[in-house]
Design a protein around this ligand. Structure first.
Ligand SMILES: [Zn+2]
Ligand SMILES: [Zn+2]
Length: 322
């Protein structure tokens, strides 16, 4: 059998989120309801695509605005080229396998081994494989996959077992079948050949605006204080926080007023500890972000990795190899 499929082996450091969130209205209040989702692959693939877009924008490439894409058929962006869009099929088959190489159908739980298999259905360029490979390392080393972004850790023992304080989506890459790939220069050259796009509301979702601190987390300490809220600039105590929060704090959906939910721009995980997020030029920059984190953690014992550093680390081994 000659498929040039690629298989990546992962170890789940936390459970992976595999529930669907639906919104339902109850007494005029919009409530989130979670339902078990058997099709975990769609969620994972959606998450991989999202980080792929972040990487592409970080390398000064263009990715369409997923909420308002104009990509269709042969007129599409570099991300849709690989992941598909209306009238243009995805170039690969995506499968999640368990430790026995069978199809994984249930939720991926902490400490489980699992595999992501990408089987080409049409030729995939070396640049595309390299971007995909870097995306998966970005997720494993600095981000999270299919995380539940509304959750945050707590330091309150009585609350720690609650679903909404659990960590989701941290994985460790055990091995990959990545061939040599190409270098950053070639990737940028490849990306520059695709159409220029207006990134719209998603311009911030770029690795250039991303930051990560491994080994540290933000949490709520008690009813009156939360290093998390402090960093995102949300009011204390909890009851006083407004329904419509800031860009950093995210936003709850309000279908009546046509307001869509927006995720928080700071995510934090307790075990293993990791905190990452995005800044928005003109609104909050890396220095301000770092200052806020310093207020929570003090000055020493942690490294603030800004996007450019992470890009360098992701491609460090690849320079001069092509
Ligand atoms: Zn597109
Ligand atoms: Zn709680």
């Amino acid at each position: 059998m000659t498929t040039n499929e690629k298989i990546y082996q992962f170890n789940a450091l936390t459970d992976l989120w595999s529930w669907s969130v639906t919104l339902e209205e109850k007494n005029g209040q919009i409530k989130e309801k979670t339902v078990p989702d058997r099709l975990i692959t769609t969620g994972l693939l959606g998450s991989i695509r999202w980080w792929f877009e972040v990487l592409v924008r970080g390398l000064t490439g263009n990715a369409c605005d997923p909420t308002d894409t104009k990509c269709e058929d042969r007129n599409h962006c570099v991300v849709c080229e690989l992941f598909g869009c209306t009238g243009w099929a995805r170039k690969f088959r995506f499968e999640v396998l368990d430790e026995k190489n069978g199809t994984k159908t249930d939720q991926i739980k902490q400490n489980q081994t699992f595999y992501l298999r990408f089987t080409p259905l049409r030729p995939i360029r070396v640049e595309e494989w390299t971007l995909l490979d870097a995306t998966l390392r970005l997720i494993a080393e600095y981000g999270a996959i299919g995380g539940k972004t509304v959750f945050k850790p707590t330091d309150e023992p009585t609350r720690a077992s609650k679903l909404h304080h659990k960590d989701y989506g941290l994985v460790q890459m055990v091995s990959s079948q990545q061939s040599d790939g190409t270098d950053r220069g070639n990737l940028e050259k490849y990306l520059s050949k695709w159409p220029m796009l207006n990134h719209g509301a998603f311009a911030w979702a770029s690795l250039q605006h991303f930051w990560c601190v491994n080994g540290k987390y933000l949490a709520r300490q008690n009813g009156n204080s939360s290093s998390f809220n402090c960093v995102i600039g949300r009011l204390e105590p909890k009851q006083q926080s407004s329904q419509n929060d800031s860009w950093m704090a995210g936003r709850r959906p309000d279908p009546r007023n046509n307001v869509e939910a927006e995720s928080k721009k700071v995510l934090s995980f307790k075990n293993p500890a990791r905190t990452f997020g995005f800044v928005k030029p003109g609104l909050i920059d890396f220095n301000t972000m770092k200052e806020r984190l310093t207020n929570a953690w003090g000055r020493n014992g942690w490294d603030f990795l800004a996007g450019a550093t992470i890009i360098n680390q992701l491609f460090a081994g690849k320079e001069g190899r092509s």
